[in-house]
Design a protein around this ligand. Structure first.
Ligand SMILES: Cc1cc2nc3c(=O)[nH]c(=O)nc-3n(C[C@H](O)[C@H](O)[C@H](O)COP(=O)(O)OP(=O)(O)OC[C@H]3O[C@@H](n4cnc5c(N)ncnc54)[C@H](O)[C@@H]3O)c2cc1C
Length: 389
């Protein structure tokens, strides 16, 4: 006998969890089906950066709406999501200065606290940084990072209180439709029936979607990160930074650590079940070289730990949100390595789309799947081009 629910969500990462939380608020009772355990995929390895600086307006709007959750999590969701306000700096190459300025203006129009500052200002905020190459930077004083594991757990805790179920160690093996309408899924723990199925399967999303007969232009993207113990002289916490000139981002972590990730040489197309306990050869050396270039005193630091993770990536490196294929089938995937910080708002908008037929908190229609077949890939008006290269 199949288990019956209102909505089946495939994937217990931050997006499955956020959607479950928001569906409960709209009086639907979802079941989250997770093949391993909650946050077993990209979410559990996410660097957790929370910033609003994007070159695409709808993404900035989603990040700004999500920020209202991160900065007020206790009231909005419950519990402590680990948000730390470190301030955020965006550095770009000289030839992108015009774009930086235009994007900061865009963010200010949205209402995001974002300012242009010069190299001297950066030096005052972060005395340990080398700033010789910085003419202007974008500064978001309110931004920082949060703990993706805690966020996922807390979303699900609240969803459960409202009647949602989370079933772990349960792999979806097929999606069933009747007369072009979704009717449920077949899993390693039996059959589940529901008129709505949501694909929130991260790096596995294309594989899962094929079960519904919907092909997705989603590949896998592998990303390594490392933690460095800062030397005593650098014990003061530094801001969170995206540093395009060094193809790198970094942020402080509790315990005197600094997390570093690189924007280049992230392999595309590997199996998402690859080894995530170890980094790819050469990654640690490259990461150390680059962080020491930006923070010269870091050469006195030491390696703490390093690991990797997989996310799904699309041709324009933006998410796929909306309905597709059989009636009742929805996509919340393809987050392309930047999906954590927008998850609260994406869940809110997807719940609106599913229940009300349209998202009204933020217009998510630009993210629909059809943009690929229509040749309308997403690109910011003042584009920085692809972040991952
Ligand atoms: C190393 C790393 C660092 C990152 N840093 C940042 C950052 O600083 N800021 C930011 O905004 N974003 C960041 N990202 C991106 C962000 O973490 C992801 O976009 C986001 O976590 C994706 O969440 P998700 O719920 O879509 O996918 P996931 O967290 O991958 O969850 C998908 C889940 O689906 C499950 N699943 C798959 N197949 C099935 C099946 N057949 N049946 C049942 N369950 C299934 C998987 O086990 C998995 O748990 C980073 C990503 C990585 C890998």
């Amino acid at each position: 006998m199949a288990k019956i629910s209102d909505v089946l969500i495939i994937g217990g990462g931050i997006h499955g969890a956020s959607l479950a939380f928001h569906l409960i608020k709209k009086n639907l009772r979802p079941i989250v089906i997770e093949r391993k355990f909650v946050a077993a995929g990209a979410t559990g390895r996410s660097s957790g950066l929370v910033r609003m600086h994007y070159d695409l307006e709808p993404e900035s709007r989603l990040a700004w709406r999500s920020f209202q959750y991160f900065r007020n999590w206790e009231e909005q969701v419950g519990g402590n999501c680990g948000f730390r306000r470190t301030g955020f700096l965006q550095f770009v190459e000289q030839d992108l200065m015009d774009h930086l300025q235009a994007n900061v203006q865009l963010h200010q129009r949205i209402g995001i606290p974002s300012f242009l500052i010069d190299g001297d200002d950066v030096k005052r905020l972060a005395p340990s940084f080398s700033t010789d190459d910085i003419g202007l930077a974008a500064y978001e004083p309110e931004s920082g990072y949060a703990d993706p594991n805690s966020c996922t757990r807390l979303f699900l805790e609240e969803a459960r209180k409202g009647g949602a179920e989370v079933i772990q160690d349960c792999e979806v093996m097929d999606i069933i439709s009747q007369k072009d309408r979704i009717s449920g899924v077949i899993t390693s723990q039996g059959e589940f029936s529901a008129p709505i199925v949501v694909n929130a399967a991260g790096a596995w999303a294309a594989h899962v979607s094929a079960m519904a007969g919907v092909n997705l232009p989603i590949d896998t993207w592998r990303h390594d990160t490392m933690f460095i113990r800062r030397p005593k002289a650098l014990s003061l916490e530094h801001p969170t930074v995206i540093d395009f000139p060094n193809s790198m981002y970094f942020r402080p972590e509790t315990g005197g650590l600094t997390l570093v990730g690189l924007e280049d040489q992230n392999p595309i197309g590997e199996s998402p079940d690859g080894d995530t306990e170890n980094t790819k050869p050469g990654f640690i050396e490259r990461a150390i070289e680059r962080i020491c270039k930006r923070i010269p005193g870091m050469d006195e630091g030491s390696q703490h730990s390093a690991h990797g993770g997989y996310d799904g990536i699309t041709p324009d490196q933006r998410a796929i949100l909306g309905s597709a294929g059989p009636e009742g089938y929805y996509l919340v995937c393809g987050f392309s390595g930047t999906g954590f910080k927008i998850a609260p708002a994406v869940g809110e908008c997807m719940a609106e789309l599913i229940v009300d037929g349209q998202a009204h908190t933020v217009d998510i229609s630009p993210f629909r799947l059809e943009r690929f077949s229509e040749g309308r890939l997403l690109k910011g008006e003042h584009s920085y081009m692809n972040i991952w290269h």
